[in-house]
Write a protein that binds this ligand. Sequence first.
Ligand code: CUA
Length: 157
Amino acid sequence: MHLHKFEKLWLIVGSGALVVFLLIIGINAFAMGHTPPSDNSTLDPKQVDQTAPFDQPGLKKIGENEYEAVIVAQAFTFNTGGDLKIPKGAKVHFKVTSKDVVHGFQIPKTNVNMMITPGHVNTLTHTFNEAGNYLILCNEYCGVGHQAMGVTIEVTP
Ligand code: CUA
C-alpha cells in the first residue's frame, strides 16, 4: 500500500497528539492525584441523624488552624450545627451527606464543587487563604426551595 507523504506526516502528528494527551491525563491523575472525589464511605440515608458524625453536625477544631465541618444537606437547607466561622488560613475538611435527594455543594471563588449524594459521605478539603464571607450553595436542582438553599462561611482576618 502506498501512503502519500502528507498522509504519513498527519498520521505521525495525530498519533503524537494522542500520546501527549494521554501523558498529560496520566501525569495529572496518577502523579499529581487529580482524581475525582471518591465515595467509598456509605451510610443509610434514613439513619443520618443516628449515624456519627452526622448525629452532631458542626465545626470541630482538629488541629492547628485545621477543622472538620460536618454538614447535613436536606431540602432546602444545610444543617451546619451553628455558625461556620474560621480564621484566615484555616484548612477545612468538609464531610457532607444528604438526607433526601441529590444536592450540590459549591463555594464560588474557590475550587470547592461537589455533589451531595444520599447514602454517601462526600468529602473535600479546602484552605481559606483570604478573609471574607463565602457562600456554600446548592447547584443541583432539588425542588421548589432550591434557589434559597445556601449557608455562609465567615473567614476572619
Ligand atoms: Cu439542594 Cu438544590
